[in-house]
Structure formats: structure tokens, C-alpha cells
Design a protein around this ligand. Sequence first.
Ligand code: KG4
Ligand code: ZN
Length: 335
Amino acid sequence: MIVLGIESSCDETAAAVVRDGTVILSNVVASQIEVHGPYGGVVPEIASRKHIEAIGFVIREALDKAEVDRHDIEGIAVTRGPGLVGSLLVGLSMAKALAYALGIPLVGVNHLVGHMAAVFLGRDRPAFPFVCLIVSGGHTTLCAVRDFEDVSVLGQTRDDAAGEAFDKAAKLLGIGYPGGIVIDRLARRGDGRVVPFPRAMRQSLDFSFSGLKTSLVNLLKRRACPFTEEELPDVAASYQEAVVEVLVEKTLRAAEETAMERVVVCGGVAANSRLRDLFAERAAVSGVRVYIPPADLCTDNAAMVAAAGDYLLRKGRRDGLDLNALSRWPLGLAL
Ligand code: KG4
Ligand code: ZN
């Protein structure tokens, strides 16, 4: 089955064509990073307008690159939520119009399930069930996944998401946006043991990153001057280590507690090189198999939405033209 995926939940306008939920024929992402960069974060009103400008071109390009005609498409999968409503509605409206015009089925996808489904686009694919860590700019959630329609949450952040912790730290340090990738790059030249940043809520499967951010704020206040070029890599590496260590520890503990042998790590922060290395290192010791999608499929894209959509369409899921956007859509909540 050939599925067209459409994603517009935040600041990426994306469209992709995927065959059988596993083979990417095209994967086009138009990023708005440059537009939001000067504000240090996504401005919702600007994001919606930019999606409207880009969406037609992005879908056209996805079809061209896949070398398929629109009549070859057999189903449309679109991100329904969670995300910015104004942004989601752009993708949803386009998806509905296309599904109606082409007379093909439409399915709304939970963005977080999309992130999970990215793992089926890589070469190494897990079988169900697995423990999944979703780490992105808006979410840090640990869940048990028996299949994409049977997901239960094991733990989640009580305040900031891991990606948010990176983005806010980069803003405080004045080193750029989005923060995760900048810190990842800087940290490669640093020593993660230099600054003893706190690790919160070690006993629980829930997460908390706001204390970590506050400790960076306090560190900056105590110094009264910015970090030097020589110090920055060590600060970035130490901060990254504090985030990554907690994510890896809790995920492997969740696998142990649920007696699951497979772990999937996904979402934008799963692109982090230190996170990937530490998971590989610790998993080898604990005997758990860890599956992480290729880095370019960890951050927002539409191929992951098409992969999740393929799965749901095969299960017989269909949505009508009255499908609406959801700013909040907790995992495990079937609609
Ligand atoms: O999944 P995603 O593209 O969008 C959301 O659904 O939120 O994730 C974006 C988040 C941002 O916070 C960004 O800083 C973070 O993922 N991120 C990274 C890296 N690449 C992106 N964080 C750490 N290391 C990276 N290499
Ligand atoms: Zn995302």
C-alpha cells in the first residue's frame, strides 16, 4: 500500500510517500527554524502562516521525488495532534481535501505514535511488545507498547520535556536554536564530568528537568559573566550528561520492571549522539535490545506519520471529513 503522510504539528511542514509502512519513497521536510530562530522558540501564529505557504509545494515535491502520480496514492495519514492547533489544521485541511478529491481513505495519527513508528523505517525493526521512550521538544514519556493501539504510560515528565531542557539551556548560554543539536555538537569537545548538575527523581519512572535548568541559571548568576569559549564545551557536555543519564537509566529500569526485552527510543532528542552511545553501552550490559531510528527520522517528519498511518489503515481505521485537530492527545487514549 502506498501512503502519503502529512505532518504540520509544530514548525516543520512535511510530506512523505511510504510503501507498506517500511519503504520511504520520498521524505520532504520544510523547516521554519530560520523564521523562529530570532525569537528563541516557535511563534504559533507565524508557524501556521508558514505552513499555509509551504504545504502545497511540499506535497508536490514529495510526489515528484517518489515518482508517483497522485492517483497511485492509496491512503492518506495526517498528524491530528498533539500540537499547535493552527498548525495542525493546515495539514488536516489539505489531507481531507486530497482524500475527498481522490476518493481514498484518511486516517488521523497521534504525533507520538508517529515518532514510535519511525523505528519501522530503519533497517533494524523490533517486534511488539516493547518499552518506548519518546523524547522530543514537547514530550518525555515512557510507555509500554503492545501495539500502536494498545499503549500504556509508565512515566512522564512532571515539568519540562528533555528537548525543552536542551532548548532552554542553549538560550541561557546564548549559543543558538534549536538547542539540542547545538549542545550535542558543542559537547563532543567537552568533558561531561566537569559540572556536577543534579539528577532528579531517580527512584521514579517520572522525570523532572526544571531543577536542572534552575541549577544552570544559578550557576550563571553566581559567575556574573558568560562562560568562555574554553568553558562552554564542558558545561554543555555536563548538562547533556545529566539529561541523558536519567533518560537511559529510567528506560532500562522500565524494561526490567515490565520484563520486556526490547526498547525503542524515538523523538527529536533520540538524535542526540551521546544518548545513542550510552544506550548502546548500557543495553549491552543489561541484555536488552535497543532500537533507535536513524537520526534524520527522529526529528519531525512525515514518513513516520505515513508508517503509523499504514499500520492503522491495515487495521481498518478510517476517519471522516469531520476529523478535527487536538492540541492535547494523551497516549493510550483511543478516539
Ligand atoms: O520531535 P521533534 O523534532 O519535535 C517535537 O515533536 O517536539 O523534537 C524537537 C526537539 C527539540 O527540543 C530539539 O532541541 C531536540 O529535539 N533535538 C535534539 C537533537 N536534535 C534535536 N536534542 C538533543 N540532541 C540532538 N542532536
Ligand atoms: Zn515530534
